[in-house]
Design a protein around this ligand. Sequence first.
Ligand code: PLP
Length: 402
Amino acid sequence: DMSLSPRVNSVKPSKTVAISDQAAALALAGVPVIRLAAGEPDFDTPAVIAEAGINAIREGYTRYTPNAGTMELRKAICHKLKEENGLTYTPDQIVVSNGAKQSLVQAVLAVCSPGDEVIIPAPFWVSYPEMARLADATPVILPTQISNNFLLDPKHLQSRLTEKSRLLILCSPSNPTGSVYPKELLQEIAQIVAKHPRLLVVSDEIYEHIIYAPATHTSFASLPGMWDRTLTVNGFSKAFAMTGWRLGYIAGPKHFVSACGKLQSQFTSGASSISQKAGVAALGLGYAGGEAVATMVKAFRERRDFLVKSFREIDGIKISEPQGAFYLFADFSSYYGQEAEGFGKIEDSESLCRYLLDKAQVALVPGSAFGDDSCIRISYAESLTTLQAAVERIKKALAPLH
Ligand code: PLP
C-alpha cells in the first residue's frame, strides 16, 4: 500500500528549495548558472560566532540541552528583545528551536484548531500556507499591490476577519518583497486585532537587522495591547549568516510558548548545543549585531541600490524599492503572452523563470510560489560582480521579447 497520509497530500513541497536544488544540480553538471534563487546570505558566519561553536565542541559541550534551550541563550535572547525591541520577556517565555521555520510551524500547530483561518498577506513566504494546512487550518490569502509597496491594507484585513480567524502572520522586513511595515500601519493593524479577541499575530522578524535606513523595524508585540496577542519569531540564519547552524526562537505569553515547547519535546527536543553556544556569541556582538552585521548590511544595501537602478532601466519591469531583506520582487508580467524563439510561449512567472534559466542561465524563483504570479523574486545575496553579470544576461534574454 503506497498511500500517504492526507496531511502530507495536502502540503506542497517548497518551490524555492526545489529550484535551488535544480540550479545546484545544473552547476554540478558544469553549467555556469548564476544562482539567485536561495534565501541565504553569501557571507561566512562571523569568526567570533564560529569560534564559539568550535570551542563548544572542544570543551565537550556536546550533550542534550534543556528542551526550550539553554538558560544562557534564553537570557541573552530576553536581553536582546528588551534592548532592541522594547519587549519584556522572561526565559520561560522563550523556546529556542532548530531554526525559525520550526518555531513558526510549532506556533501554527499549537494554536490552530481544524477549520480555523490563518490570515496571510500575499506575497507571502512559501511555508506559511503549508504550515496552516499541516494544522488542518485554512489559509486565507489577502493580496496586496506593488503600487502600495506590497503592504497589507488594514481595511481589507478588517473585511476578511471572521470568528474563525485565529492567526495573522506578518513578516517585516518581508520575504519575498523586502517591504518594511511602517509603525503607523502596524498601529492601525493592532487596532483591528484588538477588536478580534480570538485573533493572535505571529510576527516573523527574522530579517529585522537587514533593513535600510530610513526604514526602521517595529516589533508588533511592542504596540499597545499587543504583547498578549503576539508570538514573536526571530532567528540567527539571516542577520548572522548562520543558515546551516539551524537556530531560531519564539517569544510570547507562556501559555502559548509552553505549548510550542511541548510539541518540540516530541518532535526534536532542544536545538544543537553547539549552535546555542554560537547563538550566545552572536547576541554578544552588541546592538543589532554590531560591526559584523553592519558590514553585511552595507553590502546588501549596495547590491539593492544596483539592482533597483538596473531594473528601473529595463522596459516593462515594475518594481517597488525593497527597504529590507535581500530580495527584489519585480513585476515581469508585461512579458507574459510573448513567443520566445526556440522556447515557446511565456505564459506566467514559472515559464519565464524556466526561460531565464535556459536562455540566461540565471536561477530565479517564480512569484507564483509566493502567491503573486505577476512577479519574480531575485535574491541579491550574491556579490556585486555576480549581480552585474546576472543583469546583463537577463537583459540579453529579454531583449528579443519586447
Ligand atoms: N521566515 C522567513 C520569512 C524566511 O525567509 C526564513 C528562511 O528562509 C525563515 C523564516 C526560516 O529561517 P530559519 O529556519 O533558517 O531560521
